[in-house]
Design a protein around this ligand. Structure first.
Ligand SMILES: CSC[C@@H](O)[C@@H](O)C(=O)COP(=O)(O)O
Length: 396
């Protein structure tokens, strides 16, 4: 048995204020009424002073997430108190990016634990398993989601026998801890990766592996941020990343906010700029990395990696060790999500293809390890023998 209640905060860029809206309607802010005014990037438990936006946070027993379906046109913060709605938000890309959906799933489990009405431990744990299953069915490729759910299950098990409110409080603390750790992890990825970026480099990135895809700072963009903070005077080329346009909408938005020089290109332009010597290196994120280094990331990453190899350009993957799936010997075993065909046939509701056309929409591809110059993690950099080096980094 669960309770349900969700709200939405709207930061109108023109009016510069935040509105609390009822999320039970169809999702268009114009129809919503002003119920409250808040300052959004503000969590006393875990300040993120250097980020000008907040991807996800636990506040006042609710999960607040920036709505990534609306960026860059509107900066809207959704408020969730129901785990089913968090699951829908993950599926619907309100929150996205492997580490960020891990944090969202953990917070969803913590919300679910609060919603459970149970007389016995058995009933509580049975219902908690159901909450975890709902979270696990959201998106199949990013292993961070399953890693975070497993961590929440282990936390609950460690508190088994305690009063249910103690277990609920423990789960909330664990979810907040996962978020805080993710930010620290991204900073360390940045530290390890920045050395690989030459002074004055033009760095190509694909999709969004930034603060929006994590608890803040980012993985690939964490490396770029750290190089920028070190004064290396770099610039970024951002692939638009069809069909969902994470590069055009999100990477450009967050880099421009941070005043890191960025140029938007369409996906089919990468080879042109590489052939002219205008790209120094590539840095991308990852959704799942197999034991041999094969890496699943946003669809189109593989093509960029092949082009980079052809032009002798280093191709780096930046990811936390929670993205490693050492149970898989190679990338052929990574499950690839296929998303709705309308993401390909439509842009913002407008059709761009004939009605009824046959469509495929795999959301990720796998880049074989041979195309990857190095994998940058928070524990260090693997280059060469991924089998051994990734296992060693995971064991730190
Ligand atoms: C730090 S995020 C790494 C990856 O999750 C990212 O590159 C990516 O592919 C995101 O895909 P998305 O479908 O937007 O969730």
């Amino acid at each position: 048995m669960y309770k349900n209640n969700n709200n939405r905060y709207h930061k109108s860029q023109s009016r510069k204020r935040h509105l609390l809206c009822n999320a039970a309607n169809d999702g268009f802010c114009l129809k919503q009424t002003v119920a409250d005014v808040i300052t959004v990037p503000n969590n006393k438990q875990n300040e993120v002073p250097q980020m000008s936006f907040r991807t996800i946070e636990w506040r006042d027993d609710a999960v607040i997430m920036i709505d990534q379906t609306r960026l860059p046109m509107e900066e809207i913060y959704q408020r969730y108190t129901d785990f089913n709605a968090v699951a829908e938000a993950i599926k619907g890309m309100v929150v996205r990016g492997a580490p960020a959906i891990g944090v969202a799933a953990a917070m969803g489990v913590a919300l679910g634990a609060r919603e459970i009405i149970a007389d016995t431990q058995e009933s509580f744990f049975r219902q908690l398993d159901n909450v975890c299953d709902v979270m696990a069915r959201t998106r199949p490729t990013a292993v961070n989601l399953f890693w975070a759910i497993e961590r929440m299950k282990q936390k609950a098990q460690s508190l088994k026998g305690s009063p249910l409110d103690t277990i609920r409080a423990g789960l909330k603390e664990e979810a907040i801890r996962i978020e805080a750790e993710d930010l620290a992890i991204c900073k360390n990825i940045g530290k390890h990766g920045a050395d690989l970026i030459p002074v004055g480099a033009t760095v190509l990135t694909h999709c969004n592996a930034g603060g929006l895809a994590t608890a803040g700072y980012g993985t690939a963009l964490g490396v770029i941020r750290a190089a920028h903070e070190a004064g290396k005077k770099i610039q970024v080329f951002s692939d638009e990343t069809r069909p969902w346009l994470q590069g055009a909408r999100l990477t450009t938005w967050e880099l421009m906010k941070d005043k890191i020089p960025v140029t938007l290109i369409s996906d089919n332009m990468a080879g042109f700029f590489m052939s002219r010597g205008e790209i120094t290196c590539c840095v991308v994120g990852a959704d799942r990395i197999a034991a041999n280094g094969d890496t699943a990331n946003k669809i189109g990453t593989f093509s960029v990696a092949v082009l980079a190899k052809e032009h002798g350009i280093p191709f780096y993957v930046a990811a936390p060790v929670s993205t490693l799936d050492l149970s898989l010997s190679d990338g052929s075993q990574i499950p690839i999500e296929e998303r709705p065909t309308t993401e390909v046939t439509h842009i913002r509701g407008l059709p761009i293809a004939p009605e009824g056309v046959k469509v495929r929409n795999p959301s990720f591809d796998v880049t074989p390890a041979k195309y990857i110059t190095a994998i940058i993690t928070e524990h260090g950099v693997a280059k060469g023998n991924y089998q051994e080096e990734l296992a060693a980094l995971a064991a730190v």
